[in-house]
Design a protein around this ligand. Sequence first.
Ligand code: PMP
Length: 358
Amino acid sequence: MTVRLRPTLAALPAYVPGKSVPGSIKLASNENSYGPLPHVLERIAAAAENVNRYPDTNSSELMDALAAKFGIGSDRLVVGCGSVSLCQQLVFATADEGDEVVFGWRSFEAYPIISAIAGATAVKVPLDGQTHDLRAMAAAVTDRTRLVFVCNPNNPTGTAVSGAALLRFLDEVPSDVLVVLDEAYHEFVTDPSVVDGTTLLERYPNVIVLRTFSKAYGLAGLRIGYGIAADPAITMAVRQTQVPFAVTQIAQVAALASLEPAAERQLAERVAEVTAERGRVTAELRNAGYQVPDSEANFVWLTNGPAEAGGIDATAFAAGCAERGLIVRAFADSGVRVTISNPAENDKFVSAAHELRA
Ligand code: PMP
């Protein structure tokens, strides 16, 4: 006899993380290619001396620093064990068995998994080309909908919706449906038509904006992210669904150190290098004949389709990259996502892409 597991588990889609292969360059997980800033490493080392103690379960110091950064009360903030945990907590806080969670597709792979674990119905609204179809997403909202994810910029396509389209969408969604603006890649946005979700919160109290220290701040391994809402009832609900002591003290200390003005400036310089490289890599790929949507994130997206229309075969393209020592993220049915790294690693990818086109 084996233990009785929930039947839901058998049907769960798998989360396939980007692999690390010794000797290969990993461009598969949208990580920051830079290591932590030196003073952040020092604080991590100092905090490591106290790992016999539980962390501050309220992340108080970090909450205060984030409250100061955004000019809001800390009751409007919540810190979590990576923003993926916050996504899960928000679904658990809103959706019961049979309720609906709406999101564009393809988007962040965790959304359907989290929805299924909660017993909720995932409603996947096809992208319009490579971008969220916000009109269709608003139209997909029913009286069973409890939460809508808008991933902006979208993972894996890199596209972002304009502020005007987002406002129209938020006006259409009933105010008792939680809208999660997942802005994991916000710091990489350069298009001025894209709005910073935190500026919309006063007008839309049913919105929470999620951010992470994993990407621009380069702390992916520490698992720490945060959410900001206008309505403290939302942040409270997230806290209620968190396991005790979820966020380690090392993660809190590293995040806090990363918010110091000098650190923010250095991290912004790194982000600027990535966005400049994103432009260069996109132009190179287009020159080589690939169709590449404009990305507002730290990765680019190559779409499945006939080569003469600039498309690729995701599986074959990723295999070709792997033969050249580059690990990219293939979604067999739709395309390949490639993280923008430092210039040397990006050059290697660009050469591989040229060779694979030849
Ligand atoms: N949202 C999106 C859109 C992401 O791509 C990711 C990371 N892949 C996350 C959330 C989760 O980030 P983390 O849990 O590392 O904060």
